[in-house]
Design a protein around this ligand. Structure first.
Ligand SMILES: C[S@@+](CC[C@H](N)C(=O)[O-])C[C@H]1O[C@@H](n2cnc3c(N)ncnc32)[C@H](O)[C@@H]1O
Length: 433
């Protein structure tokens, strides 16, 4: 007897459901790669389903609430993940076909011992969703942002920021690169548009990053346009000794080396440090590397510059990691604020008199940004603010600098007037008396 053939499209959905399930329970989203699904078209479909489910998470919450009269059944294995993927397909990816969404959801549940008793419920819920898909398609985009963040972001960035943020969330992030050298032929070969300084944007690509022109020769590295801003503000002479704290995977380290500094790159995570070393080797760049806790690292001599890219809530990265805004709680932010303070204190200790300290976070939360500057100026009396000038920032982003010289980007901004947004970043520059 020959084994019964699996229905087409089922196995990619099983892999997608398993990845989404991990994200729902707290993992960061990492796109499926060739090791997960060998066929590139299947892999692309699976990644589309997961990213759509994550970007539309808030609206899918609303739909699930409307359709599951008794709420999500307890201890139900992959039920929630399969349901979210199927709703993403039915409502937001109609080109994938409604029939396959219903049929494959039921088939997927049949293969999960913990959920196979729920095939009837899945079928009924998805049929109701299908009947109402036009109504669900036009749900308010305000649902895409959790209330806790929505309120803070309106206060910090104004009412108009929210529609801009939801547009950016739905669109996702294009690929931004930082170039080693601004070669117009390379930019053309990449099909990229210049954004500012050495940042370019690749809007569409037909292959993985490793297959793009110039990757193997180490002519660029992946770095969001916002993430490339802080290191450009160091402003020291070539040859200055610069400490890059929380450096892995090394995007800012590479920029500091490119600027001509003698760089020491430090990170607490040994695996991520290995990744940093591999990245620098590909770029043919050199730095001293240290695996240590940035809160207690005690160098033998001080540095002319310290860049502290502090661990944070990462809410500014929601275009690539939509899950961050659903994972983060107010208590997480408070915990991160105290770690950032400990790191700021030690960053200051590592700095020579007359040196420059850059503090940055990829967070949209004022507690991790502007409020940390107030705290640092109160608690570290030898520290003074070195205001960032609007003319120091290219890409038509002068408006991102506040009157007191703090830099704040957000996903609604258009670097180089290009569509696609940018990460939310906060940068402050200090000097030591
Ligand atoms: C936002 S990522 C840094 C990105 C990096 N600066 C770049 O531009 O590529 C934050 C990093 O902080 C590191 N980290 C977190 N807590 C740390 C600590 N106490 N000491 C040193 N590194 C830490 C993490 O391992 C992570 O690599």
């Amino acid at each position: 007897m020959t084994a019964k053939k699996e229905p087409a499209g089922l196995s990619l959905r099983l892999v997608a459901a398993s990845r989404l399930r991990a994200v729902l329970s707290g993992d960061n989203f990492v796109a499926l790669g060739a090791n997960d699904i060998a066929d590139s078209r299947d892999r692309a479909t699976a990644n589309r389903l997961i990213t759509m489910a994550l970007r539309r998470h808030g609206q899918i919450n609303f739909i699930m609430h409307a359709l599951l009269d008794k709420g999500l059944p307890g201890k139900s294995g992959s039920f929630e993940a399969v349901l979210r993927l199927s709703l993403a397909q039915l409502v937001y990816l109609p080109d994938l076909g409604a029939h396959s969404a219903l049929f494959l959801a039921v088939e997927a549940l049949k293969r999960d011992k913990k959920a196979q008793h729920l095939t009837g419920l899945m079928n009924a819920v998805l049929r109701r969703a299908q009947a109402n898909s036009a109504k669900y398609w036009s749900l308010s985009d305000d649902l895409l942002i959790p209330e806790t963040f929505g309120d803070t972001w309106v206060d910090a960035y104004g009412e108009a920021a929210i529609p801009a943020f939801t547009d950016a969330l739905i669109a996702g992030a294009p690929l931004d690169l930082t170039l080693k050298d601004n070669d117009p032929d390379l930019i053309a070969a990449l099909g990229a548009v210049p954004l500012m300084d050495d940042s370019v944007r690749v809007e569409t690509r037909d292959r993985p990053v490793e297959g793009l022109p110039g990757y193997a020769e180490g002519r660029w590295w992946v770095q969001d346009a916002a993430s490339a801003l802080p290191a450009r503000l160091m402003g020291l002479e070539k040859g200055a000794r610069v400490l890059d704290l929380c450096a892995a995977p090394g995007g800012k380290t590479a920029q500091l080396i490119k600027a001509g500094y003698q760089v020491t790159a430090l990170d607490a995570d040994a695996k991520r440090m290995e990744r940093l070393k591999i990245n620098l080797t590909r770029l043919d760049y050199e730095a001293e590397t240290v695996t240590a806790d940035a809160a207690t690292f005690a160098p033998e001599s001080g540095f002319d510059g310290v860049l502290l890219d502090a661990p944070c809530s990462a809410t500014g990265t929601f275009r690539r990691h939509p899950e961050v805004i659903w994972h983060r709680m107010a208590s997480d932010i408070a915990g991160r604020v105290s770690v950032q303070r400990a790191l700021l204190i030690n960053a200051f200790r590592c700095l020579n008199q007359g040196g420059v300290l850059l503090y940055c976070v990829c967070s949209l939360e004022p507690e991790e940004g502007e409020a940390q500057v107030e705290w640092a100026l109160q608690h570290l009396p030898d520290l003074k603010l070195l205001p960032i000038g609007p003319d120091e920032i290219g890409g038509d982003l002068a408006g991102a600098v506040s009157p007191d010289g703090l830099l704040r980007t957000h996903p609604g901004m258009a670097p180089g007037r290009q569509p696609g947004g940018m990460d939310g970043f906060f940068v402050a520059r200090f000097g030591r008396h």
